[in-house]
Ligand binder design. Structure first.
Ligand code: PEP
Ligand code: MG
Length: 322
């Protein structure tokens, strides 16, 4: 089996009917970029930068961040490196930031909400990212977006930093892409509006599943609800892809669902263009994608999307598993 997969190394990722898609990787540290190359990833679809902050006793400075992002960009040699800005809060605590205890941290002051209110911290990160963009195809990705205002606020900061860099003659990519993580029901519902503001979408199915089902996967009593096979989650995914494509922006997925063999036919049918997975899952995901033509995948999707329950969906997907 392993041997079969190794044959796919160095090959592009294509559906059975020859549609090319991108197969990127999720990473947490610049050093992981070597693993991306080793495992034949076509770039980075999600760089979780909170690890930079968590591994440090104090806020990492601009130079430290710049070096980390630059290293990632250089290692990937012009392949996309999608860097998610600080996704603090919820289950991710960073002691020195002094976040208040909240009754409901998953609905609290976190991710882009925190960053917009802490502009010094955020501008330090954005400036490091923009400077590093001179060394490769760095893209900025905003976590936990729920409304258009958040995207506009980030883009305004990016524009401010751009003019500061211009004034100081510092190099950066003037066309740097700013994308939105689609991981809340609110974002899914206004995907058409967000698509007009964002340069790309990346669907974060880990959070999207939890927030859509209002179920914490860590809570054993409700964990049964935490499944991307729920019709509610699938409708959100489908609609996000549709809205992104209707506006002509690239739509990817960086949650765990992107490497779930049962879901691949649905993602192919919905027209997902970019899959971002754990580096160890690159070849197996490339293999799964290669099994499906759009036409065959659409047959599965039609049946799955007509189901009323998670169990029915699971049964349909299992029945068609190749
Ligand atoms: C997600 O929510 O699907 C995601 C990829 O981000 P994280 O798992 O880091 O929250
Ligand atoms: Mg998330």
């Amino acid at each position: 089996e392993k041997k079969e997969l190794l044959k796919l190394a160095g090959k592009p990722t294509v559906t059975a009917d020859g549609r090319r898609v991108e197969l990127l990787c999720n990473i947490g540290k610049p050093d992981d970029c070597a693993l991306v190359i080793e495992r034949d990833g076509e770039g980075v679809g999600l760089f979780r930068t909170e690890f930079l902050y968590m591994d440090s006793k104090e806020q990492p400075g601009e130079e430290q961040q710049f070096e980390a992002y630059k290293k990632a960009a250089m290692t990937l040699k012009g392949k996309p490196v999608t860097i998610r800005t600080l996704d603090v809060g919820g289950d991710k605590d960073i002691p020195y930031l002094g976040l208040e205890k909240e009754d409901n941290p998953f609905m609290g002051f976190r991710a882009v909400r925190y960053c917009i209110k802490n502009q010094d911290l955020y501008k330090t990160q954005l400036r490091a990212l923009m400077r590093a963009s001179a060394f490769g195809d760095i893209r900025i990705m905003i976590p936990l977006v729920t409304c258009v205002e958040e995207v506009r606020a980030v883009k305004k900061l990016v524009a401010e930093i751009a003019s500061e860099l211009d004034q100081n003659g510092v190099a950066y990519n003037k066309d740097i892409k700013v994308g939105v993580m689609m991981e809340t029901p609110a974002a899914a519902v206004i995907a058409d509006l967000l698509a007009k503001e964002a340069d790309f979408f990346s669907i974060g199915t880990n959070d999207l599943t939890g927030y859509t089902m209002a179920a914490d996967r860590g809570n054993a009593n409700v964990a049964y609800l935490y499944s991307a096979y729920n019709p509610a989650v699938l409708r959100n995914i489908k609609s996000i892809i549709y809205c992104g494509r209707a506006e002509g922006i690239e739509v990817g997925m960086c949650g765990e669902a992107a490497s779930d063999p049962l879901l691949i036919p649905l993602l192919v049918a919905f027209g997902l263009e970019e899959y971002s997975v754990n580096p160890v899952s690159v070849l197996s995901t490339r293999n799964e994608i290669s099994k499906w033509s759009v036409k065959d995948a659409q047959k599965v999707a039609e049946e799955a999307m007509a189901c009323s329950t998670e169990e029915e969906v699971r049964n349909v997907l299992t029945k068609y598993r190749r």
